[in-house]
Design a protein around this ligand. Structure first.
Ligand SMILES: Cc1cc2nc3c(=O)[nH]c(=O)nc-3n(C[C@H](O)[C@H](O)[C@H](O)COP(=O)(O)OP(=O)(O)OC[C@H]3O[C@@H](n4cnc5c(N)ncnc54)[C@H](O)[C@@H]3O)c2cc1C
Length: 470
């Protein structure tokens, strides 16, 4: 079944009452913002970014070096960017899926799989030991085929997963529809142990509470405008006051990087997300989904969806929008919302009449190899971790470990990895970048409408290892 590109009036009607706030942030549980930085601060470690990258860095730094004076500073609020806007899929994969990993680091994939599983297990263990209430569900993720050629691709993906020691199993259409009922489903691949589901904002706020209780200072609404070396320290300038640090960790994701050299490595790509009103008992019975697994369909442009704790469906993805800039004016994309609503109706026709309550978009730190990359600057006093390309809820914790390894000059299993020791191919500068991305997006769309067949442009990019995804 091809997803329709024509937005129907019925789909538009479903969007009539949406608020343009991320569902996860639209709760009285959201903590009050802390005051901006008004007077100078010094610290052993300053972390820029209070998303998962920054929060995990602070958490792990506190564990590794209990006496360290740690400050986290954010230009917005805790989890106000990707961390509070995502699907809440916590994947073990560090490589944006097994196929992408196999195409880049085939020899190290069994090791990367084990490290990714250990990372996921550590996240689950922390949530439990710190008693963070974030609706943790160990329900796994099912990739679903909705077109015949995708069935074959799922078989190949499962074989690849088996070859690196991952436990992913095929589901027939009947087995799949007995779990979650959509007439579009042709087959599934169930990764039961490699993905957990969370409420991402509550996880981030829970981590922030733990950090504050351990003496970490978190400063919000204080964008860092400059970063300079002064003697053996780093000075970070904000609008009203400066931070002085021995070491700096950058977890700034899709935002303009503080290091000029990173300008061409990451581009902001917007993903849109909808959330429905809570399903009634009858609606829930018509669909099943008792285990609340995460679901993703298998197109190049894919939807991801899941059920929330209060029985709503979060439905996101498909359009990956690149504008060349970022900001609140990019967070409301009526055309993308309309397409998503249309595709939702195609997937779950039995939920006809349901309304969406929330619609938003968030920026993804897309790099050309779709997986995190790392490095240092200023004589090893500054480290960065970014490029997770829409799969960083779990992998950002691994990225935080790497940042701490390199900041303290430690040789670890992680720092020996090819993935950690190489960088993606940079995107060309604008305006060439904009033209290339537009052509790539059009080609991906054509491939999805043409049974997955990739044109010459995409095959050429594949050969040189350059890609565009969310
Ligand atoms: C719509 C959407 C859906 C997604 N779904 C999933 C999913 O289901 N599973 C998954 O694994 N991943 C998903 N992702 C990606 C995932 O959310 C991120 O990879 C993850 O949260 C890690 O985020 P981060 O901390 O690196 O970045 P962010 O959460 O974006 O945090 C970066 C922070 O840095 C701050 N900052 C930037 N520059 C400065 C500066 N100069 N000064 C001060 N502060 C600064 C920003 O204010 C921001 O708070 C999704 C992303 C989006 C947008």
């Amino acid at each position: 079944m091809a997803f329709s590109s024509v937005v129907t009036p019925a789909a538009e009607h479903m969007l009539r009452d949406v608020v343009h706030t991320p569902f996860w942030l639209d709760t009285p549980q959201r903590p009050e913002a802390s005051d901006p930085l008004l007077s100078p601060v010094t610290a052993d470690l300053v972390i820029v970014g209070a998303g998962f990258s920054g929060l995990w860095t602070a958490y792990l730094a506190r564990q590794r070096h209990p006496d360290l004076d740690i400050v986290v500073v954010d230009g917005g609020r805790i989890a106000s960017a990707a961390t509070g806007r995502n699907g809440g899929f916590v994947a073990a994969s560090l490589t944006h899926g097994v196929g992408n990993g196999m195409s880049r680091w085939p020899d190290q994939m069994p090791q990367l799989h084990q490290l990714g599983m250990a990372n996921l297990n550590a996240i689950v263990a922390t949530i439990r030991s710190e008693a963070i209430e974030c609706d943790l569900q160990l329900s796994g993720e099912i990739d679903v085929a909705v077109e015949p050629h995708q069935v074959e691709e799922l078989h190949e993906m499962v074989a690849m997963a088996e070859s690196i020691g991952a436990d992913v199993r095929l589901l027939s259409a009947e087995q799949l529809r007995a779990r979650i009922d959509s007439p579009t489903y042709l087959a599934g691949a169930y990764d039961e142990h490699g993905v957990a589901m969370v409420d991402p904002a509550r996880l981030a706020w829970g981590l922030a509470d733990v950090l504050r209780a351990s003496g970490v200072r978190i400063i919000e609404n204080s964008p860092v405008r400059s970063m300079n070396r002064v003697g053996s320290d780093i000075l970070l300038g904000t609008d009203h006051a400066r931070l002085r640090a021995r070491r700096v960790a950058l977890g700034t994701s899709a935002f303009p990087p503080l290091l000029k050299r990173l300008r061409n490595y990451v581009v902001p790509v917007y993903d849109s997300v909808l959330v429905t009103e809570p399903l009634t008992t009858e609606q829930r019975a018509s669909i099943g989904w008792a285990q609340r697994e995460g679901v993703s369909d298998a197109g190049n442009q894919f939807h991801y969806y899941r059920m929330t704790e209060d029985g709503r469906i979060l439905w996101g993805g498909y359009d990956a929008s690149y504008y060349g800039d970022m900001g609140p004016h990019r967070e409301n994309n009526p055309a993308a919302f309309g397409r998503l609503a249309t595709h939702f109706r195609q997937t779950f026709p039995q939920l006809d009449g349901i309304a969406f309550t929330h619609a938003w978009a968030g920026a993804i730190d897309t790099c050309s190899r779709f997986s995190g990359f790392w490095g240092t600057a200023m004589d090893g006093r500054v480290a960065y971790s970014m490029g997770f390309t829409g799969l960083g809820v779990g992998a950002s914790r691994f990225g935080a470990e790497v940042m701490l390894d390199v900041l303290w000059g430690e040789q670890t299993e992680r720092t020996q990895l090819q993935m950690v020791n190489t960088k993606p191919i940079p995107f060309p500068p604008r305006p060439l970048r904009d033209v290339g991305i537009a052509l790539t997006r059009r080609s991906i769309n054509a491939a999805d409408e043409n049974s997955g067949r990739r044109n010459l442009w995409l095959r050429t990019l594949d050969r040189i290892g350059l890609g565009f995804d969310s």
